[in-house]
Design a protein around this ligand. Sequence first.
Ligand code: NOJ
Length: 553
Amino acid sequence: MAAENLKWWQKTIVYQIYPKSFADTTGSGTGDLNGITKHLDYLKNLGVGAIWLTPIYPSPMVDNGYDISDYMGIDPSYGTMADFEKLIAESDKRNIKIVMDLVYNHSSDKNSWFLESKSSKNNPKADWYIWRDGKPDGSAPTNWRSIFGGSAWTYCEERKQFYLHTFAPAQPDLNWENPEVRQALFDAANFWLDKGVGGFRIDAITYIKKPSEFKDGKPDGKDGMSGIHNLTANTAGILDFLHEFKQKVFIGHDIFTVGEANGVAPEDLNKWVGKDGVFDMVFEFSHMNLPLKNGEIWCRPTEWKLSELKKVLSDSQAATKNNGWCPVFFENHDQPRSVNHFFDKNADKIKAAKAMATILLTLRGTPFIYEGQELGCTNVAWNSIEQYNDISSHGQYDFAIKEGFTKEQAMEFVHFFSRDNARTPMQWNDSKNAGFSTGTPWLFVNENYKTVNAENEEKNPDSVLSWYKKLSKFRSENLELTAGDYKLLLPDDEKIFAFSRSLEKNSLITVVNFSTEPAELPKEFSNKKILIDSESQPEKNLLKPLEARILRN
Ligand code: NOJ
């Protein structure tokens, strides 16, 4: 791709903030907008050009903001609209854009739209959500299991009908077939554009189109239900809604859009992010889902090999090579920490974090860093399910117990997959609560904050944070890494992940040993110049465990 045609968001790094856990300036125990403003220079120094905020709108917080009760406000726990405007203004000064999260598949059940919709069968918003009569025996309209566990239908006494929720009962699905619903959602997005936001991440967007007929799916658990994802994600016709969204909201603005597209296969990517696609980028999840190849059920994890990780990443790189662009990401607020997710459990976490960073910042696409990833943050493992806040951890735990696992086994799944792994408070320094809050944090701090924290790592040239900064600078100085073509090398090697990025006559090669054993480097790599290495004394023909290297071809 010609370097001069790249847009600003293709040349930058995006940082994802989970506002509840980032920085608390009031002592409430919950992060807030002023906490983000306070740390903008930290992000600037990392080379960040845009910040994606997970939802900050008024919400009962059943799913920490992914249940919105007012699409045009700020939740008081995060501050005020004036705080938001200040955040935009201060970010602008540093050339950083603020990206909002649009949760448009569903609202909160406390949203006035839903309260009206559920009040009767003939109110003006009666058709704004997805209502159905039960089966003749009074049971739910279908056997669909929601993503958080339990039936995807909840009965409403007032209407004597069921409503559909892909996620929790407190998150009723909006009816996108109704043009008034679409217009209300588009109006809200335009409201935030008027405030000066630099883009949108669009939540759970592959679920907005429902099948024309609602039929039972094949049971896939002892509960007799069938996971909703396989039955409703990416239903034909969805792109019509999204083209309308693009025309009425996105077009003509210097912003980027990134859809959460679980269920879109690499071969379909062009329709989503190609020249005539609907978004600028989508999150494609094949690599994140490797341990869950059998669906989203945590108690059925699957083994995977490095060659598979390389293949799925390369498939999406190939699918967008000449037409389209994607984010590169290995963490977000729904996923385990990448050092636990992608490496042997005994791997040295600092080395693993550097290895992951090297892939993240040299693949083709816009790198998304999730808060704390740049410090090498790790998973937690609390003793009992009651200590977990994440709604899906509870659903998955209950499901595992029903499937016949012991409590200890069910907790092991939670320890690995829980979304709370990524939601623990940001580790700023080694003072009380990791410097996140002077009050009682809403979620336990990871105990390793005494050593894994920003202040410590800023002082240490060998820290994960210093490695991120070094790579971020290197990326901004080497156009091959933004505009260059991607080619996978050594596809079948089960230890080394290697690829090249080439632009005209220039080529860089990334080589990372993903294993906890040394790995011999084939001859063709040993005569190249080492530009960057995670080890202080690299050997030409050998990679130490988890060593990461960038070579000049
Ligand atoms: C995906 C979000 O990333 C996740 O946190 C949320 O629970 C679901 N969508 C439902 O909105």
